[in-house]
Each structure stands twice: as structure tokens, then as C-alpha cells.
Design a protein around this ligand. Structure first.
Ligand code: GRF
Length: 212
């Protein structure tokens, strides 16, 4: 039957990206989709900061972008507003890319195993808001980034990918961070790709990555 193959083709997954700032990771996802390396629909971008440059990046790419202010709202009320948008867009995966708010169990349970975060340190070392700075100030010899499923703790969920970033004698915090961000920009789309291709299996704390 002509067209049957097309009809049978599994539809692409819808992903949402939550941001609070510059959105260089968001940009990397956009670029990976544009170049065909990542096959999914980046359906919506949501920021809790009005002036987040990531909102501009989303608009430039023609992606619906929303600013959902958290000021004056209880955490759960704010999250409910976000969930409304996510449900409207039938989101299969929520990506936290520099989203600087801790999510409540309400949100985490709703998107259990469909919610990933990128953290700029080698977890479980240096959780929190300043992974690069904390790694640097501790005097570590190696930093890196971690992409993990989000659970109800802070930066504690099962780990999907970690990339190491050795610290050189000649580094400054800035040069260490710059190299680290470049790594993030490759690692996050890779984790998304594994998720959308159904290659991740969670067994307890471990994420098993199926053979390519
Ligand atoms: C990244 O370092 C990410 O790991 C952390 O926040 C930063 C966001 O950067 N969670 P950007 O907004 O993607 O440029």
C-alpha cells in the first residue's frame, strides 16, 4: 500500500526544555535537531526568568517560548502552571538545562523517568548551584558534567552520562568552565538521543545504556 511505511513510522518524541538563563545548552539542542543529529520535536521552552537569553534563542528558532514567573507563587502553584503547558504539548521528555529551581515531589513524580538534568560537576561531588566554582575552589584535579534522571533529591537521580574535564595547571576558573560547557553541549544531546531512541533502562540506581 503506497504511503503505508510513512503511516507506520513511529512519530517523533516531543521534548520540552526548562531554562533560567543564557541557554547555551538549549542552543546546542536546537542545533543538533536542525542538523538532523537529534530526531525529536523541541516543542516548547519555558523559563522562570523573564530576561533569560534562552527565550530569545527559542523565539529565533521558532519554538514557542513561555516565561512563567515564580515570584509570589508557592513552588507547586508555579509548577502547576508549567505542567499545564507541558500537557498541552504532550511532552515525552522534560530537559532541565540550566533551570535554577528545585522541583517539588509533585513535579518530579509527574515526570518520573521522563525528566533529566544537566549538572556541571561529577556527581555526587559538588551538587547545588555552582558546580564549576565548587569543583575549582576545592582544588580538584578533574571536573566534568553529569546528565541524570531527576528524583526527589537535589542532583541525586540515576546517572545517564558523565564526561570528565581534567583541570590543567594553566587553567583559570573561566578556561575550565569554558571547556566544560563545550562538553556539556555534546553530552546533553547525546543523553536526549539515547532517551528518545529507547536505549536507557533504569535498574535501581543504575542506568543501563543499551548497545548502539
Ligand atoms: C550549565 O553549566 C548547566 O550545567 C547548569 O547551568 C548552566 C546553564 O548554562 N545547570 P546555559 O544556560 O545552558 O548556557
Amino acid at each position: 500500500m503506497p504511503g503505508a511505511k510513512k503511516f507506520m513510522k513511529k512519530s517523533k518524541k516531543n521534548i520540552a526544555v526548562l531554562i533560567s538563563g543564557s541557554g547555551t545548552n538549549l542552543q546546542s539542542i536546537i542545533d543538533h535537531i536542525k542538523s538532523g543529529k537529534l530526531k525529536c520535536n523541541l516543542t516548547v521552552v519555558i523559563s522562570n526568568k523573564k530576561d533569560a537569553y534562552g527565550l530569545v534563542r527559542a523565539k529565533k528558532a521558532g519554538i514557542p517560548a513561555h516565561f512563567i514567573d515564580h515570584k509570589g507563587l508557592k513552588r507547586k502553584e508555579h509548577e502547576k502552571k508549567i505542567v499545564q503547558i507541558l500537557e498541552k504539548h504532550k511532552i515525552d521528555l522534560v530537559v532541565l538545562a540550566g533551570y535554577m529551581r528545585i522541583l517539588t515531589p509533585y513535579f518530579v513524580r509527574k515526570y518520573k523517568y521522563k525528566l533529566i538534568n544537566i549538572h556541571p560537576a561529577l556527581l555526587p561531588s559538588f551538587p547545588g548551584t555552582d558546580g564549576y566554582g565548587d569543583t575549582w575552589r576545592y582544588g580538584s584535579k578533574v571536573g566534568g558534567c553529569t546528565i541524570h534522571f531527576v528524583d526527589e533529591g537535589v542532583d541525586t537521580g540515576p546517572i545517564i552520562i558523565q564526561k570528565t574535564n581534567p583541570i590543567k595547571e594553566t587553567d583559570t576558573l573561566e578556561s575550565f568552565k569554558k571547556r566544560g560547557l563545550k562538553m556539556e553541549h555534546q553530552a546533553l544531546p547525546k543523553a536526549i538521543k539515547l532517551f528518545i531512541e529507547g536505549k536507557l533502562k533504569i535498574v535501581g540506581r543504575k542506568v543501563i545504556v543499551k548497545e548502539q
